[in-house]
Each structure stands twice: as structure tokens, then as C-alpha cells.
Design a protein around this ligand. Sequence first.
Ligand SMILES: Nc1ncnc2c1ncn2[C@@H]1O[C@H](COP(=O)(O)OP(=O)(O)OP(=O)(O)O)[C@@H](O)[C@H]1O
Length: 323
Amino acid sequence: MKTAASDLEEGHGGAGLDGIAVDDVTVSYRNGTTALRDVSFTIPTGTITALVGVNGSGKSTLFKAIMGFLRAGKGSISILGRSVRDALKETLVAYVPQAEEVDWNFPVLVEDVVMMGRYGHMNMLRIPRKRDHEAVAGALARVNMTEFAKRQIGELSGGQKKRVFLARALAQDAQVILLDEPFTGVDVKTEEAIIRLLKGLRDEGRVMLVSTHNLGSVPEFCDRTVLLKQTVLDAGPTPEVFTEENLRRTFGGVLRHFVLPGERGADGHPGESVTVISDDERPFVVYGDEGEELSAKPVKARTSKKETPKKPMPKPRRRTPRT
Ligand SMILES: Nc1ncnc2c1ncn2[C@@H]1O[C@H](COP(=O)(O)OP(=O)(O)OP(=O)(O)O)[C@@H](O)[C@H]1O
């Protein structure tokens, strides 16, 4: 029988089996809202993929469909070559939720939250065995939260809570990890720690799909990008997909894009122009000539939907601090 591990070996580095394959999926809610229409994309194993779109573009709905909470009215989803149902049975998929989705008043210890990741590996009585305790300890250590094991989850900071839910996914030994806005409410240091961890998981051949509004971090750590607006506007390697034209199509008037002139520059960058592209969180910032390639017109807030030639985004050299 094929195991997840053997699949991952086959697929490591993008070749071989797809990590997630979404084929022509349409999902509608009972009230008649069609949140996803004809959505298709594939993600190879051993990759991190950004899921980018405005509020209401269908990101959470897509996560729910991949988790099997919502059934596609049309199309199919496969995970590591299995149906969603089989993938869930084999505990291959984990979900790291947005902070708002969790009731933080629920009295539960950090180690208990992480142990929930082991439920799929236990029998019906859910009595943890040695290997379950070891998995929990290992997962907490990996996210640097060992000293918080006996704390109530509600007492932690936003970034610490995020790390606990990541630890739950690790304790589960999930091969496919869906992360809903993992950087919201976390400081830059924690964000960097999470990114380092995700890169390590990628190198183990796992699959990560990350919804984010932090456009600045996408080219830094996401190999691939899926742009969503009820349907897929574009999907593929980030250097090809994360373009100015595509971001405008994705965000429309929500996107703010402006260039500060070279004479003024920014702190630490005198004489360099600064290009800023942002929806609502951390902007994508480019200093100097690379930024000028994006726009020849300085000091202009641009929110028009006018199409411009497709140009790859240059890699940012520095990002602005979080406000
Ligand atoms: N339970 C529901 N019942 C009916 N419609 C819903 C439900 N949940 C979401 N929707 C609708 O489906 C569409 C997609 O919503 P979804 O939550 O997937 O977007 P999103 O991209 O995750 O947004 P955000 O960035 O704000 O989290 C929206 O029009 C939303 O109003």
C-alpha cells in the first residue's frame, strides 16, 4: 500500500504526485451565495503556496472545501492523490485557524490543544500513549513553546497562540497544512520564526497553503501563488503570478500603489524612489530603480483598474515596519 511518506518522497521538489489538486470546483452556500466558481489549480508537494484575494474572495470557503467541511457542488479535490474523505481519515490535513475563529475563553491548556492533533492517531477512548506525549513535546519544542505547555491557551499572546496551533498540526504529523492568515496580529520576529518553520516543513516535502494579506512577505517565502476572486485569476510560480497587473486584477480599487520620488526617498534610503503596493496589511515595498520599473510616474496614488503590461515584481530589498 502506498503511504503518505512514499508519496511525499516521490513528489518532493515539485515533481511527481500533486499535494493538492482542485479541479473545476464550484461551492455554493445554502443561502444561494456561490463563493467559488470553476476553481482549478494544483500544488506540488514540497512547496509553500500563498492564497491571495480580497475579503470575501472565497479563501476560507476554499479551505473549508479542502477540509471536507463544505461539499463542492461541482468538480473534485484530491489531496496527495486521495479523496478529501480519505485524506481526512488518514489525518493528512491540518488547519491553522484565524484567531477570531477560536473561543479563547474555553479553559484548555496549551499541551491539551496540541494533543488534539493526536486524536486521529488514538483509539476511541483517546487515552494518550507515550508516543503521543512525545509527539506533543516534540511539536511544542519545534515552535519554541515548551515553557508554555501548562498555560491556559487564552492567556497567550496572538503570536504564541498561532505557534500553538502550528504545533497541533505538527503533532498530527499533517502532510498538508492550511494556514488562515498566520501573520495577523503577530510581531515581525514571530512572523520570521513562523516563516523559518514553514520553510523547514517544505524541505520535508510537506504542502502549505497560506492565506495572507501581507503582500510584502509573499515573494519572500511562497514558491507559488494562487490569486482568488471567486475563481482563480492566476496560479503558478510566484515570480510569474505575483505581477503588478495581476495584483490590480485581484484587488481592484482596494489596492493602493504609489511611488515616492527619488529626491526624498525614505529613512535610510535617501535619493532612492520607493514603490509601495498594499491592500490593507504589510505592503510590498521596493526601493530604488527596481521600483521605478513598476511605475514611471512618481508621487501618485494609483487605484485605477486600468490594465498595464505584465511585469514580474522585483524582489523587495526591505520592507516597511508594521504600523
Ligand atoms: N456560511 C455562509 N453562508 C453564506 N455565505 C457565506 C458563508 N460564509 C461565507 N459566505 C460568503 O461567501 C463569500 C466568500 O466568503 P469567504 O469567507 O470564503 O471569503 P474570504 O476570502 O475568506 O474572506 P476574508 O478575507 O474576509 O476572510 C462571501 O461572499 C461571503 O459572504
